[in-house]
Ligand binder design. Sequence first.
Ligand code: PMM
Length: 255
Amino acid sequence: MGVLNVTPDSFSDGGRHATVEEALAFGLQLRDQGADLVDVGGESTRPGASRVPVDVELSRVVPVIAGLAAAGVQCSVDTTRASVALAAVEAGAVLVNDVSGGLADPTMLGVVASLGVPYVAMHWRGSSADMQTRAVYDDVVAEVCAELAARVQACSAAGIASVIVDPGIGFAKTAEHNWALLAALPRLRELGPLLLGSSRKAFLGALLDSREPAGRDNATTALTALAAAEGAWGVRVHDVSGSADAVRVVERLRG
Ligand code: PMM
């Protein structure tokens, strides 16, 4: 899954795809580099980010998804709002990626169920504005697994047929929490198909002597290889080419 943030303020690619034309060109590039899905988002979720009005989010994502779908590119929409999920699927998106796992908008799960598309439920403990105050765990792996299992159950109860789980690397988590979760992929895998979004995140910068986001792609690719070897469903990454190669290497080794 390639990341296409149509936002002015995302931590890694904010402001790079400000026009629809630039976003479309980048989406095609991600597809050509090997992305099976291009994940289009119109609201930054970096720590401290505040919300954007729904009409702004819609105006950012809908034309890009419509354009990419018309060009034959499979898109997902990265949103916590049911109205945006609905408009995105009507424009051609084939999956809804919700970093709140349905907790931000009480109508999300019902809308996704009625749309009949697969749904990514990410582990989330509250909005980006103050989420890091909720990075408090006695046992991060056990608590993330339990909270994610509850979301999977809510999705099933709402009638969503296909749910992918994501531990929410960097969301209400310290670097230590992120590493503990990455060391526990087999346990997370037991919850269902697994998506990981660790690309270029701050804990990799901390590991690599404060390296800037664009210098964290090799470390991201290493995590892709580990995730693939553990049987993950997917990874959400900025640099698709490295991760696509890593997946091919693991696929070949696994026969
Ligand atoms: N991370 C970000 C945004 N969306 N979606 C999922 N499923 N998992 C993630 O880890 C995730 C996400 C934040 O990263 P970005 O600012 O680079 O998009």
